[in-house]
Design a binder for this molecule. Structure first.
Ligand code: NAD
Length: 480
């Protein structure tokens, strides 16, 4: 959609698109397995046959985006999610048996999965293909139609996606709406049957309010500060390598990146040395290194400088993970050198805001895991939590006493790509979940159906109420 259109024009255009999609849902209220597989195969063609174009468009949007990272986290993740869905969809679509209480036998219960209708999707820029098409896979698997608003911060990718979707789908199956925040706002005000929003917690709040006005159910996939705990029992070298990978993938612009590390005070220096070594090995040079991704735009680049300046002013020490010579010229390419932030305090902005970049505060605790747990529980519930160690007691305490969207033990990020597990936040990091069967269920109406038997005693409960009714009620109380 063109920029700078009057709000009424934006609203009318969006309404007309939604109306068209909804009319199509009415003519085909329960798409069969073949239809859903066909929709999935078209998403697959977009991803696989146009992977190179998508890769280039995303890199243009970032200034530079590692082609391997786009391959790993945008293209192949979506391709394997489609494969998983294709493999299991027939089973998910089958009516599910549910037990019938004794007093209702021989009647039976069945749970039917029904498409909701039109699913709206609002997606962010950081993994633009994964986060636009991931919810679309779930929506089509569940038999819905899709209206998608990708981020305005990835204009090349969003325009390409709009074109590819228009090439592969008819206008009453899936539509991509491009435009700025004004379009996104109007989009979130539409009366969808479900709205999946992936983005920041701040914008998520606006989306929840807009959706509430229509009683549109929402899945909110938000962000926040995801902690990594290095336990006293951890192998510091392997923990550091994993943290360096998880933090520097996409230059830290990852919703589940470890935001900060909690490490026992007497292990801090060993961890810092191991992080320096691991980073040097993964990124021997940074400037012109095709593996190292740029920061998406000047605003975010300046935001990261602001976090660092504030940390310095408040007494933190910065330890760049690269030599000055290595990082020379990186500013021009909008590449942010990775930096450890030592001695951070809770008042620093870097310990209050989601970092979303390659800056890693190292917070120390005295070695008692309860202190680390308390630090986490004094803050908003995180999207992800990471724990490194071998001590089963501490492992159990962390899992039982913290609440987060998901957890990876002895590594980071990888719980996100498990199609057999739900992915979603909790509290300020989101509500609802998707991926695999969870996405299918979230975007279906799970309709309970009670099949009465021709052999039943329900007529004994009909009025006029008298002795028969009283006897029946007594019996029901006895067995119910
Ligand atoms: P953002 O919230 O700024 O934007 C996300 C989308 O919301 C964009 O498409 C934008 O156009 C739209 N938008 C902007 N204003 C809007 C409004 N008033 N109403 C409705 N929509 C509006 O987020 P971002 O900067 O694109 O992405 C980064 C954030 O997303 C981080 O906080 C990150 O943690 C989070 N994130 C979460 C996940 C997850 O799966 N939980 C994944 C990726 C990113």
């Amino acid at each position: 959609m063109e920029m700078n259109l009057a709000p009424e024009v934006i609203a009318q255009t969006l309404e007309a698109t939604l109306k068209r999609l909804r009319a199509a849902c009415r003519t085909q209220p329960h798409p069969d397995l073949q239809q859903r597989l066909d929709w999935l195969s078209r998403l697959e063609k977009i991803t696989v046959q146009h992977g190179a174009e998508i890769n280039q468009a995303i890199s243009k949007d970032f200034g530079h985006r590692s082609a391997h990272e786009t391959e790993l986290a945008d293209l192949s993740l979506i391709a394997s999610s489609i494969k998983h869905t294709r493999r299991h969809l027939a089973g998910w679509m089958k009516p599910r048996r549910a037990a019938t209480a004794l007093q209702y036998l021989p009647a039976k219960n069945r749970l039917l999965s029904q498409p909701l209708g039109v699913v709206g999707i609002i997606s962010p820029w950081n993994y633009p293909h994964q986060l636009a098409l991931g919810p679309a896979i779930a929506a089509f698997a569940a038999g819905n139609r899709v209206m998608l608003k990708p981020s305005e911060l990835t204009p090349h990718y969003s325009a390409l996606l709009a074109k590819l979707v228009a090439d592969y789908f008819s206008e009453d199956e899936m539509v991509v709406i491009t435009g700025g925040a004004d379009v996104a706002k109007a989009f979130s005000e539409l009366r969808f049957d479900h709205l999946v929003f992936t983005g920041s917690t701040a914008v998520g709040r606006h989306v929840a309010v807009a959706a509430a006005k229509n009683l549109t159910p929402v899945t909110l996939e938000l962000g926040g500060k995801s902690p990594a705990i290095v336990d006293v029992s951890a192998n510091i070298k392997t923990a550091a390598a994993s943290l360096a990978f998880g933090k520097l993938l996409n230059a830290g612009q990852t919703c589940v990146a470890p935001d900060y590390v909690l490490v026992p005070a007497d292990k801090r220096d060993e961890l810092v040395a191991a992080l320096v070594a691991a980073t040097g090995k993964m990124y021997p040079v940074l400037e012109d290194n095709p593996d190292y991704t740029a920061i998406i735009n000047d605003h975010h680049y300046q935001r990261l400088q602001g976090l660092l300046n504030d940390a310095i002013e408040q007494g933190a020490q910065l330890l760049p993970l690269t030599s000055t010579a290595q990082s020379a010229g990186m500013t021009a390419a909008r590449k942010q050198a990775p930096v450890l932030v030592l001695n951070p305090t809770p008042d620093m902005r870097i310990m209050q805001e989601e970092i979303f970049g390659p800056l890693l505060p190292i917070v120390t605790y005295q070695g008692n895991v309860k202190e680390a747990i308390e630090f986490i529980n004094n803050r908003e519930r995180p999207l992800a939590l990471y724990w490194y160690g071998t001590d089963n007691g501490n492992h159990d305490l962390v899992l039982q006493q913290t609440v987060s969207g998901g957890v990876t033990i002895n590594d980071c990020l990888w719980h996100l790509s498990q199609e057999s597990q739900p992915f979603g936040g909790v509290g300020a990091s989101g509500m609802g979940a998707y991926h695999g069967e969870w996405g299918f269920r979230a975007l279906s109406k799970e309709k309970p159906v009670f099949y009465q038997s021709s052999l039943n005693g329900m007529h004994l409960l009909y009025p006029p109420y008298g002795k028969t009714f009283a006897r029946m009620l007594k019996l029901l109380k006895l067995i119910g």
